[in-house]
Design a binder for this molecule. Structure first.
Ligand code: TXA
Ligand code: MG
Length: 308
């Protein structure tokens, strides 16, 4: 099937209220027409996700912002100029006609323009917003390949668009602009420092209770194999363990998998590596703690939740 044919098929499926898995530069999303409540309900059923957890609406062009959000601050256009299309989700005040299934009955909405060429082409052809959470079962690791989507959701999705391995490999940065001061609700590969530089103001990280972000639940992004973090030494008597290391230190036991000591490359490989290790029936996955520096914020956040 040519890409044009599969995009047309995807648009058809979205129009009749079906589900399409979409490659983005962060992770694969499970997409539905954001104006169709029956389609939105299918997302929650397929993921096993609680109904009050809001969804990100993906749009293909900045002119569509007004269809979904109201009282849009000027800073949005500044951020969009620098980071869209790209891995930044902005939380804004929602328009009155946006479905509660999208917003989890909150007064806000999450929006982003993804940069993956297939996602963008689909959004342009569809012409409206596509609601898409990560295409995994609730609480599990986000998929970064089409194969991983198949493993997570199987028959529950009508079409999976093949888009290769995701370029970033970790979910978007979520910035709340619906309140008085900007707050990062979920760290991602667009760093706090780069947002602060554009906004010329300080931005705080959430303390976990503000608006509902399922990615901010203590346990999330988790493998099925019990997962623990370590800093100094693996204190395990068990031999059947896997060790995920960024530093390349030697270890006396276990199967050692070395990820990059560059945070962007580490992020790119993390989920796929966890997924592969999950298939191998280790009794425990031990993950070496990454540095406390800000360029590791997003990775550290996911590791802490994966091991909670
Ligand atoms: O990179 C990404 O953001 C991927 C790709 C597919 O775009 N999507 C993604 O969606 O990670 P999801 O649903 O797995 O995570 C989105 C997070 C959720 O934790 C949700 O609670 C939060 O965004 N969110 C969505 N709308 C929100 C809102 N109005 N207020 C606060 N949080 C919101
Ligand atoms: Mg998710």
């Amino acid at each position: 099937m040519t890409q044009e044919t599969s995009l047309n098929q995807a648009v058809e499926i979205l129009r009749v209220g079906g589900l399409v898995a979409i490659p983005t530069e962060t992770v694969y999303g499970l997409g539905a027409d954001a104006r169709n409540e029956n389609a939105l309900k299918k997302i929650f059923a397929a993921k096993g996700r609680p109904a009050d957890h809001p969804l990100i609406v993906h749009i293909g062009d900045i002119s569509q912002l007004k269809d979904w959000a109201r009282d849009i601050p000027e800073t949005v256009y500044l951020l969009a100029k620098h980071f869209w299309p790209g891995p930044l989700t902005l939380i804004l005040k929602k328009n009155p006609d946006v479905s509660d299934f999208v917003t989890g009955q909150q007064d806000s909405i999450g929006l982003r323009i993804p940069s993956h060429p297939i996602a963008l082409a689909l959004l342009k052809k569809f012409g409206s917003g596509i609601a898409a959470p990560s295409a995994n079962r609730f609480g599990h690791i986000s998929p970064t390949t089409a194969e991983a989507v198949r493993e997570e959701l199987g028959e529950a999705v009508d079409l999976i668009l093949e888009g290769g391995q995701c370029e970033r490999g970790l979910e978007s940065t979520i910035l709340n602009l619906s309140a008085d001061a900007p707050v990062i609700l979920r760290p991602g590969m667009i760093s706090r420092a780069s947002l602060e530089k554009i906004l010329k103001q300080e931005i705080v990280m959430t303390q976990n209770n503000a608006p509902r972000v399922s990615g901010s639940l203590e346990s999330h992004y988790a493998p099925r194999t019990p997962t623990k973090l370590f800093s100094e030494d693996v204190r395990s008597l068990d031999e059947n363990i896997a060790i995920l290391s960024y530093s390349g230190k030697p270890f006396s036991k276990g199967v050692v998998v070395k990820l990059s000591s560059d945070p962007e490359k580490y992020a790119h490989d993390l989920y796929q590596t966890l997924r592969e290790l999950d298939h191998q029936h280790f009794s425990t996955l031990w993950i070496e703690r990454v540095p406390e520096t800000s360029e590791w914020d997003a990775v550290r956040d996911r590791l802490v939740r994966a091991s909670s």
